[in-house]
Design a protein around this ligand. Structure first.
Ligand code: ADP
Ligand code: MG
Length: 294
């Protein structure tokens, strides 16, 4: 049921990768909708299909990948867009911050210039006003304007992640998809970046789809949370409800695996067993083989 207000709607989204080893059904019928200003967390262990959803939204998946169902950005069918329209929509309607900032930035170009280029490519501004905007953006993400002159390797991991967020905000998108934006960072810097996303979200009424394997980072950042398992949403609801009164046994397991601040990251997942191979998903609930209540 389409609503005129929705910034993003996924209707029965299926994504299947084609590999030499056969088909990999990574997303298997996902429905999700974000209204203006909504913040939704997408959680679940590694390999459950979170990044595939992010890639599907802006058609960034490898050639040959099969996508069915509907992806609507502001009511417009992303998979019906002509190439020019798609280019215009990327960055300006929706922007993605991917994990691992170092790889998304060009190592041999100053970071300010990279942001400036994105602005010039996607708007009608003069070079001069674009440069001013770069300074504003860096300030917004808590970096001194002088950092514009630096190369990516001269910045810390947290600073690079801030540059990527500035880059994503450069064209004032309505929707920001943040795919594990804090995973590579230490706990202190992680908290700073989360606070920054929260502020930006409040200030700009941005809709935010926050992807993470770590449920604990969603508690302060998101209104709603969707828990994914083996390509499907196992449970979705207000964050307090999902965390304090989880309905799905998988969510219970995920919650139980949130570590104390000082615990080793390796201990994150304490649910016995592993997610099924996507080429051999059992019938019925895919969590069944690991479910203590099955
Ligand atoms: P997550 O982000 O939740 O860790 P992904 O969306 O990256 O999960 O991956 C979901 C599944 O799709 C995994 O089994 C992964 O191995 C598979 N996959 C991801 N990208 C590709 C690809 N380009 N080709 C084939 N399989 C892929
Ligand atoms: Mg991922």
């Amino acid at each position: 049921v389409a609503s005129a207000m929705s910034v993003l709607e996924l209707h029965d989204l299926h994504v299947t990768y084609r590999t030499d080893g056969g088909s990999v059904p990574a997303v298997r019928g996902v429905n999700l909708s974000l209204d203006t200003g909504d913040t939704v967390g997408l959680a679940g262990e590694s390999g459950c299909g979170k990044s595939t959803i992010a890639g599907a939204v802006l058609r960034l998946l490898p050639k040959g990948t099969e996508v069915s169902g509907k992806v609507l950005l502001d009511g417009e069918d992303v998979y019906a867009m002509k190439p020019g329209r798609l280019r215009a929509v990327r960055w300006t309607s929706a922007a993605i911050v991917f994990q691992g900032a170092l790889h998304s930035l060009n190592p041999v170009r100053r970071v300010g210039l990279q942001i400036e280029e994105a602005i010039l490519l996607h708007s009608q501004q003069s070079a001069r006003s674009a440069r001013i905007r770069v300074g504003e953006l860096l300030e917004k993400v808590g970096l001194p304007a002088g950092q514009a002159e630096r190369y990516p390797h001269q910045l810390s991991g947290g600073q690079r992640q801030r540059v990527l967020i500035a880059l994503a905000l450069a064209c004032e998108p309505k929707l920001l998809i943040a795919d594990e934006p804090t995973t590579a960072l230490d706990v202190m810097v992680q908290a700073q970046v989360l606070r920054l996303l929260e502020e930006l979200q409040r200030e700009h009424g941005l809709s935010l789809l926050f992807i993470t394997h770590d449920l604990s980072v969603l508690t302060h950042t998101c209104d709603r949370v969707a828990v994914m398992y083996a390509g499907r949403i196992a449970e979705i609801g207000p964050v307090a409800e999902v965390i304090h009164r989880p309905a799905h046994p998988y969510t219970v397991g995920l919650m139980g695996s949130i570590p104390a601040m000082d615990e080793e990251r390796e201990r994150l997942l304490q649910i016995d067993g592993a997610m099924p191979r996507l080429s051999a998903i059992p019938a019925g609930c895919a969590f069944n083989p690991r479910c203590p209540q099955a």
